[in-house]
Design a protein around this ligand. Structure first.
Ligand SMILES: Cc1ncc(COP(=O)(O)O)c(C=O)c1O
Length: 476
């Protein structure tokens, strides 16, 4: 069995940019033994039990040959044999798997107290204060919850209470969570379920690569926003009234999309005129991932401020934490009903201690700047591949949020779904975890823990190059 945590240390590769984090950042800690369950139960036994006990709609990565992970640190995960996988996709383990400071903060607060937010506790107010420093001044009221879905469901309630309207606009292929209310506003899900509710309106995805207005359009932001305006006008004719426009600041499951600059401002203007609010879903893309900014909505320019921001996934580095930030006016309207908002676990002292520590680590390890630097390097390497491989139609991204859009045909831009599946399966054999997104499941998505480094970037692109070359040789 390979030694857990052992990683071959090649000579530093040439041409790497200076890194904010050391190139070979040593995993901060790895327990010297594997957990007993991993030693006693084989992968096949675990799989058999899972099939017997867990609902089959809870899917596995690589269902034909699933991976059993028993330990992880930084951007590396270890299976039961000690094989080390490079994690290019886990945007929850934001500051690195099992970051020791986050683990320590949870443990120390657990030793002292964990209870609900009906008692005064400094962690809750300290955390809200810390988050407010990352946001525009207007977003100064906070609610803490346990999951991204809970955050979006509360955003829905806030918007409806504030506007006294019911209808919601979302963009095509969006996903906003697994609660009934959110399946209703997630075309990615409802298109395969009960269909579209009368209070839900779907605007075209502002995708300038495969959407209705592309990179050759003079003003795609305006053109896409006009589409949303037309939908609002048509709905008004039917007597419908808008509570909100919900959008992920960078649509993820829709295929790692970068909306055109200025689109949010224009849509916000239309939705505000209709009496609704703008909800920015930052659940996948917030907390410095985009590098240039802490929040992805800030990529749209300083003149754009959402009315509600929802946060989840990376916020607790794996601990279930989520948050909704909004304005005094919206929070005031929500309170005016006199009905209490109580969330048993939301905002408990342990969750808040973890949330504060995640913010500390992002700052101390300068992970936002690191994401920008390593992300730009990865984009550069990927763009070199694009010149070589006709299967690559588009490379798009900001910071460590990157999509590689694979196409069968450069002109038609038809999704290369089978090839994408083949590539991620081959990468898995090379101990690299990558996955696909987009309606055609043809976009390779990179959204690794932010400690992902230049050496990791070089390794994954080298492997990708080999696999693409093999694929091209086969089809020649
Ligand atoms: C954009 C977006 N919003 C909301 C959610 C729901 O978050 P959770 O699974 O934590 O409930 C997800 C989860 O994948 C998401 O990607």
């Amino acid at each position: 069995m390979a030694e857990v945590g052992a990683r071959p240390s090649p000579p530093p590769p040439g041409g790497l940019p200076r890194l904010l984090l050391p190139l070979d950042r040593v995993p901060p800690f790895l327990p010297p033994f594997l957990p007993p369950s991993a030693m006693t139960r084989s992968r096949q036994e675990t799989l058999a039990l899972r099939k017997q006990l867990i609902g089959s709609s809870c899917r596995l990565f690589f269902p034909e040959d699933p991976v059993k992970i028993v330990q992880a640190t930084n951007q590396y995960m270890y299976d039961e044999h000690g094989n080390e996988y490079l994690d290019c996709i886990n945007n929850v383990a934001h500051v690195g798997h099992c970051h020791p400071e986050v683990v320590k903060a949870a443990h120390q607060q657990n030793l002292l107290l964990n209870t609900n937010s009906r008692y005064l506790h400094d962690n809750l107010v300290d955390y809200a204060q810390r988050l407010s420093k990352t946001l525009p001044e207007k977003l100064c009221m906070f609610y803490f919850l346990n999951s991204g879905s809970e955050a979006n469901d509360l955003a829905l309630r806030l918007a409806r209470q504030y506007t006294k309207h019911e209808d919601i606009m979302v963009v095509e292929h969006a996903y906003h969570g697994h609660l009934t209310s959110l399946i209703d506003i997630s075309p990615y899900k409802f298109r395969n379920l009960g269909g579209q509710k009368e209070w839900v309106h779907v605007a075209p995805l502002p995708d300038t690569y495969r959407g209705i207005y592309r990179e050759d359009h003079a003003d795609p932001a305006l053109a896409y926003a006009n589409e949303a305006k037309t939908i609002i006008d048509q709905a008004h004719e039917r007597g419908r009234k808008f509570a909100a426009f919900f959008m992920e600041s960078l649509p993820s499951v829709a295929g790692q999309i970068i909306p055109p600059f200025g689109y949010f401002q224009k849509v916000a203007e239309h939705i505000h005129k209709a009496g609704g609010v703008f909800v920015a879903d930052e659940i996948q893309v917030g907390f410095g991932r985009v590098g240039k900014h802490f929040w992805a909505f800030q990529l749209q320019g300083e003149d754009f401020i959402p009315d509600i921001v929802t946060m989840g996934k990376p916020i607790g580095n794996g601990h279930p934490v989520a948050c909704v930030a909004t304005t005094k006016e919206i929070a005031g309207a929500f309170s005016s009903t006199g009905v209490e908002y109580f969330n048993t676990f939301g905002g408990n002292p342990v969750s808040c201690a973890i949330g504060i520590t995640v913010l500390d680590v992002i700052e101390k390890e300068r992970l936002q700047a690191h994401a920008l630097q390593v992300g730009s390097f990865l984009m550069e390497l990927l763009n070199q591949q694009k010149v070589k491989h006709p299967l690559i139609g588009d490379i798009r991204g900001v910071g460590l949020f990157i999509g590689v859009d694979l196409v069968q045909n450069q002109e038609k831009r038809s999704p290369a779904t089978t090839e994408a599946e083949f590539i991620i399966t081959r990468l898995k054999e090379e101990l690299i975890m990558l996955s696909t997104d987009g309606p055609g499941r043809n976009v390779l998505k990179f959204k690794p823990p932010l400690c992902f480094n230049a050496r990791d970037a070089k390794l994954v692109v080298e492997k990708l190059d080999q696999i693409l070359s093999d694929l091209e040789k086969r089809s020649a």
